[in-house]
Design a protein around this ligand. Structure first.
Ligand SMILES: Cc1cc2nc3c(=O)[nH]c(=O)nc-3n(C[C@H](O)[C@H](O)[C@H](O)COP(=O)(O)OP(=O)(O)OC[C@H]3O[C@@H](n4cnc5c(N)ncnc54)[C@H](O)[C@@H]3O)c2cc1C
Length: 505
């Protein structure tokens, strides 16, 4: 077993959370000795830009865009890193299918009529949310820059009521089913854009709080030049330049407290054990890898881990010669095809010659696509390439999906294809949502700073990341949770393990 020198802070997980936190900590306190450990062979986590057709296309298999209106912290981080960005002009696909008017209420029929030609699922969803919230939120006058809005939203999350019961104790479907017809609930769930996060039954309070922001989004989304991978590459360079050691291929297996209050970490690197000492430990990890570490966590923290739902996502993409779409083709909403949403790109110089089709799949279609991966659980062979041509059924599924999407029965000319299932280890989910009945604020507070071992110790372990945040499913949530940890780590506390009242929470 090799023994490495001790550090002030160890960050586990090289996703956007770990990278961002490392940089912010170094900026605040350059003298800190910070080491970052990542289980895979590269940092980036749920960002994966895959060059296809010898780099002529960059297919995103993880995060695809940044919405500056929804993601102010992330937008600021992109600026700090000096990244050039490309706006994304295409809108989210909305279904052309309409609900059965005869099964809607008169008020819902009016909503559908008003939304004619637009996103009916979204309009019905808001018709429901408006009734659930009543006068608890000024929907008509709401603006993202309204002074005090963030604090109001935090209060709403905890205190909103519906039917005499705290909203956070209820599932989104449960409350919608109280105010909408069955047809409207089912239609919203089945036909809404992926933003609606509808195919599980998330905590109504948390979900509505996020939708409140999405409803007001105006500025276009963007992607860094060079794809999302450019964000990770530049962030990694900045973190290294700030003096943080980044160690890939290092998986944390367990940790425990030493008699002196410092922490012993056990990692695995290239099949061999590695031992490490640190004063503070930051776990920038989602639910599934945290569960693997549960034996090292104190009971109240373990009890928090199942507060979130693991939401599966599978992207499947293919490069096609003689594409069936024209440049600027609108995204498809998966109508008549085995997918949630379809996005199309054309080659910038040879749009008639080559195109990239990307099929986004959450519940339930993700399960169809996950079955087409020929090596379940090993979908990231070297951080890793999505499965390419291993399973001939994957190619066949892409052919069929293109035929269904374009209503054709001739054979598309596929050149290259791939698939990425984020439910595979070490991620365990595409994104996460709060479960009904769980108090997200209380869980986030518990995870932000806690002690292991003896009672009365100062907190020396911190959990953050998208999974347990108040903007799940987005980079913004990851960064917001990192901010919580920064607040829980007083500057003076990091250079000593001797806790003080100052740093207790
Ligand atoms: C398909 C998809 C599309 C998305 N689209 C968008 C989008 O368009 N815009 C947006 O803002 N967000 C999007 N998201 C969400 C965004 O990708 C995530 O919120 C963000 O990347 C999460 O970062 P994280 O650091 O919290 O977690 P991760 O990125 O999951 O990072 C955790 C890291 O920890 C590592 N790890 C796990 N276990 C261990 C261990 N024991 N030891 C060491 N390391 C370990 C993992 O390998 C991983 O690198 C999308 C996500 C998916 C899956």
């Amino acid at each position: 077993m090799s023994m490495q020198t001790s550090s002030d802070i160890c960050i586990i997980g090289g996703g956007i959370t770990g990278l961002y936190l490392a940089l912010q900590l170094k900026r605040r306190q350059p003298e800190l000795r910070i080491e970052l450990f990542e289980a895979l062979e590269a940092v980036g986590g749920r960002v994966q830009t895959e060059p296809m057709l010898d780099g002529e296309f960059r297919a995103e298999f993880g995060a695809v865009r940044i919405e500056p209106d929804l993601q102010p912290l992330m937008d600021d981080f992109v600026r700090q890193l000096g990244l050039a960005v490309t706006p994304i002009t295409s809108h989210e696909a909305c279904s052309a299918i309409r609900p059965d008017n005869a099964r809607l209420t008169p008020a819902e029929r009016a909503v559908v009529q008003q939304a004619a030609g637009g996103d009916v699922a979204w309009a019905l969803l808001w018709h429901g949310i408006a009734q659930v919230l009543g006068d608890q939120w000024p929907l008509a006058a709401d603006r993202l820059d309204r002074p005090g809005r963030a604090a109001d939203k935090a209060r709403l999350r905890r205190l909103a009521q519906f039917g005499g019961c705290p909203l956070y104790r209820q599932g989104m479907w449960n409350v919608l089913a109280e105010v909408l017809s069955h047809e409207a609930v089912e239609f919203t769930r089945e036909k809404g854009a992926f933003y609606n996060f509808k195919n599980q039954n998330p905590n109504a309070a948390d979900w509505i709080c996020q939708l409140l922001d999405m409803r007001l989004m105006q500025r276009p989304s963007y992607i860094p030049h060079g794809g999302m991978q450019a964000l990770i590459d530049v962030a990694e360079q900045a973190v290294r330049a700030a003096g943080v050691g980044i160690h890939v291929g290092h998986q944390l297996l367990a940790f425990g407290e030493r008699a002196d209050g410092e922490l012993d970490l056990q990692l695995r690197h290239a099949g061999a054990p590695v031992a490490l000492r640190t004063r503070r430990l930051i776990l920038a990890l989602p639910r599934s890898p945290l569960e693997s570490l549960a034996p090292s966590l104190p009971a109240p923290v373990q009890a928090c881990l199942d507060a979130v739902l693991c939401f599966p996502i599978v992207w499947a993409s293919c490069v096609m010669a003689d594409p069936w779409w024209a440049p600027g083709a609108a995204p498809g909403s998966g109508e008549g095809a085995t997918t949630r949403a379809a996005h199309f790109e054309s080659h910038p110089d040879k749009p008639e010659a080559y195109g990239l089709a990307m099929f986004y799949n959450d519940d339930p279609w993700c399960h169809y696509w996950a079955n087409l991966s020929d090596a379940p659980g090993a979908r990231f062979p070297h951080k890793d390439r999505p499965v390419r041509s291993g399973d001939p059924r994957l190619r066949q599924a892409l052919v069929r999906t293109l035929q269904q999407t374009f209503g054709r029965d001739d054979e598309p000319h596929l050149l290259e294809w791939g698939l990425c299932d984020w439910s595979a280890a070490p991620f365990g989910a595409g994104v996460h949502f709060w479960k009904p009945g769980r108090d997200s604020e209380q869980v986030m507070q518990t995870l932000a700073a806690f002690a292991i071992g003896q009672d009365g110790r100062a907190p020396q372990v911190h959990i953050c990341g998208e999974a347990y945040s108040d903007f799940q499913g987005f980079f913004e949530g990851a960064l917001r949770s990192a901010q919580r940890v920064l607040q829980a780590l007083p500057a003076a506390a990091t250079s000593s393990h001797q806790g003080s009242d100052h740093e207790r929470h």
